[in-house]
Design a binder for this molecule. Structure first.
Ligand SMILES: [Fe+2]
Ligand SMILES: [Fe+2]
Length: 364
């Protein structure tokens, strides 16, 4: 808690009492800037009080874009991202807005364009947290003031809403592809879990800069989409018992390109990468493009380990199910040929977790 008395030494007793009112705000959990210049504390308190317990995250900023106070919801939303009160709005959120939006915000506050109000979208990203997407509303704290100096910034967190909407559209595609594919529903769920687990371990080891919380969250959903392109593979090839002829095999391999085509509208390129490259091999002997080594996207290299592990564990019409131990040994022989050796080492270190995921999500 900041010592508001300290900054108020020059104030007379009456003002001091008013500042104590602001201390009450802090006691209620409000994050308050150390000094709030040029603003009547009582007015400030009466403007801010209604928002203290609001479920909407709310900031108060002045027309110099300094954050004066943040309510508890706001603190909760941005915990792990930013320190709020006392800092400048643009320093904190500058990278979360488009350049045009930043200009519009400045114009709104300084020149009163659009009646001193503005609304837009912010994408708040950090390495240790999943990106937060919010609608942002900016308006004067005192709606009756002709020259407002204090503004309310209200955030509406739409991260889950947007994510769920997007994912439900692609889930229905996946459901449609499952009607054709003989892989079980549990297979794709397990591939999600393994891919997520392996990525978490890589993050814990700080192995790749690209792996952050968004990467982990995305691969934990998008891994399941690896075979969505099989929706375009003819049934007689997809379900054929016994080996495929050369031309059938060529048609079968097309599921990678079809998947990339289907997922090209997905906003994150990881979806397309996984569909297109999950059958590429480290030594360049995979398909569809015989990519080699790190030319194969990291997400696809991870999913290929997850997919092969699960495929080996499962019984298919043409092969029996292998035990965890036999599967791991078989995969070890693919180090540096089929699989990225660095990723395979990490897989070997946490392979017991793969076994556990399989056991806990077995086909019934
Ligand atoms: Fe595949
Ligand atoms: Fe698969």
């Amino acid at each position: 808690m900041s010592d508001l008395r300290k900054v108020s030494e020059d104030f007379d007793d009456e003002i001091l009492e008013e500042l104590e009112d602001l201390e009450d705000l802090e006691e209620e959990g409000v994050d308050l800037a150390d000094d709030i210049p040029d603003i009547d504390p009582l007015l400030f308190k009466s403007a801010f009080s209604p928002f203290i317990n609001s479920i909407f995250p709310v900031l108060f900023i002045d027309n110099k874009l300094r954050i004066l106070a943040a309510n508890k919801s706001c603190e909760n939303l941005f915990t792990g991202f930013f320190n709020l009160a006392g800092n400048y709005f643009i320093d904190v959120f500058g990278r979360s807005f488009e350049m045009d939006d930043i200009r519009a915000i400045r114009d709104t506050l300084v020149n009163g364009k659009n009646g001193y109000s503005w609304k837009g979208i912010a994408r708040i990203k950090s390495r240790t947290m999943v990106t937060v997407q919010t609608r942002v509303y900016l308006f004067p704290a005192d709606m009756n003031s002709k020259n407002p100096t204090v503004f309310v910034v209200m955030f509406d967190d739409v991260t889950e809403e947007n994510k769920n909407l997007l994912r439900s559209v692609f889930m229905s595609l996946l459901e449609a592809s499952k009607l054709k594919d003989n892989d079980t529903g549990k297979h794709i769920v397990r591939v999600n879990y393994y891919s997520r687990r392996l990525s978490e371990e890589l993050y814990r080891r700080s192995a790749y800069d690209r792996i952050d919380m968004d990467f982990i969250d995305n691969i934990g959903f998008l891994a399941s989409m690896h075979d969505v392109g099989k929706i375009g593979t003819p049934d007689d090839i997809l379900n054929k018992e016994g080996p495929l002829s050369d031309w059938e095999w060529t048609v079968m391999q097309e599921h990678t390109k079809n998947g990339a085509f289907i997922l090209s509208t997905y906003p994150n390129p990881m979806a397309k990468e996984i569909a297109l490259s999950h059958h590429e091999k480290w030594n360049g002997s995979g398909y569809p493009f015989q990519l080699e080594g790190e030319m194969i996207p990291l997400s696809a290299r991870i999913v290929s380990i997850a997919d092969v592990y699960d495929a080996l564990r499962m019984a298919r019409s043409y092969k029996p199910a292998l035990s965890h131990v036999v599967t791991v040994e078989k995969m070890r022989t693919g180090k540096g040929t089929e699989f990225d050796p660095a990723l395979l080492n990490v897989f070997l270190a946490i392979s017991d977790d793969f076994g556990e995921i399989y056991e806990m999500n077995k086909d019934s």
